[in-house]
Design a protein around this ligand. Structure first.
Ligand SMILES: [Zn+2]
Length: 232
C-alpha cells in the first residue's frame, strides 16, 4: 500500500474504532509512516477477493482490541498461501529448451497468483473436456470407457480380459463371449476355479485361459453363425 492508501485505510479504521482516530496532524503522519513501513508489500485490494478494509472489518467482528498492522498482514499471508495451494502450474508458453525462460514464466505465474492478480490454475485433469468427450464417444461406440493407455497399464491386473481384448482385436473368436458350462462364468467374465488353502475353499481364482469346453462352444457358435444364410 502507498502512503495515500494507508491514509485511506486508517480513515476507514478510524470510523470503525475511534480509539485509532488521530486528530493531531503530526500524530496522524507518524501513524501512517508506521503502518506503511509494515504493510508496504500488502495491496489495498486485488481483483480476486482481497481487500485490506475487509480484513480490518473482520478483525473488529471478532476482537475487542484495537487493530494492529499484523491484523492486516496475517490475513494477507493466509490469502496468499491459500491461493498458491490451489494453484497447479500450467504448462508455460516458453520454449521448453530455454530452461531459464521456462522457470521464469512459472515463477511469474505463481507470483501473480499469490499476490491476487491472477486466478489459481486448476488441475488440468479436472477440467479437460476433450478426454470427457472421448469417453462419451467410446461408451457410445460400445468400447470400454477406460482410456486405451490406462487399459494397457491395467492389463497385468486383469490378464484374462486383456487377453480377450487382444484376441478380439486380432480378429480371433471371442471365447469369453459365451457362458462357460464348466465353471458357470457368464459371458464377459473370465473362467474361474475354486481356490483351496490348507484343504479349505477360499473363494475363487480367475483363469487367464478359458476352460476347453468354453473354447469349443465359442468355436461351435462361430461356425454355426457362419453357416447361417444371411437374411435381409
Ligand atoms: Zn470356465
Amino acid at each position: 500500500m502507498t502512503p495515500r492508501e494507508i491514509a485511506a485505510l486508517l480513515a476507514y479504521i478510524g470510523r470503525l474504532d475511534p480509539r485509532l482516530a488521530r486528530s493531531d496532524q503530526a500524530e496522524a503522519g507518524a501513524q501512517i509512516d508506521q503502518w506503511q513501513e509494515l504493510l508496504a508489500d500488502v495491496p489495498m485490494a486485488t481483483p480476486y477477493g482481497w481487500d485490506a478494509r475487509t480484513a480490518a472489518r473482520e478483525h473488529y467482528q471478532l476482537s475487542p482490541y484495537p487493530i494492529l498492522p499484523a491484523d492486516i498482514g496475517r490475513p494477507w499471508t493466509a490469502y496468499k498461501r491459500d491461493r498458491i495451494q490451489r494453484h497447479h502450474d500450467p504448462l508455460p508458453s516458453a520454449d521448453p529448451e530455454d530452461s531459464e525462460a521456462w522457470a521464469a514464466e512459472l515463477v511469474r505465474t505463481r507470483a501473480a497468483v499469490a499476490t491476487g492478480t491472477a486466478q489459481p490454475a486448476p488441475l488440468r485433469q479436472l477440467v479437460a473436456a476433450p478426454e470427457g468427450q472421448q469417453q462419451e464417444r467410446r461408451r457410445a461406440e460400445g468400447e470400454s470407457c477406460i482410456p486405451p493407455a490406462a487399459r494397457h497399464l491395467l492389463a497385468r491386473f486383469r490378464p484374462a480380459l486383456a487377453a480377450r481384448e487382444a484376441a478380439v482385436a486380432r480378429g480371433e473368436i471371442d471365447i469369453l463371449g459365451v457362458d462357460c458350462e464348466q465353471c458357470g462364468a457368464s459371458a464377459g467374465r473370465p473362467c474361474r476355479v475354486r481356490r483351496i488353502e490348507h484343504g479349505f475353499p477360499r473363494g475363487t481364482r480367475q483363469l487367464v485361459d478359458p476352460h476347453a469346453c468354453r473354447r469349443n462352444l465359442a468355436h461351435q457358435r462361430a461356425a454355426n453363425h457362419a453357416q447361417q444364410p444371411t437374411t435381409v
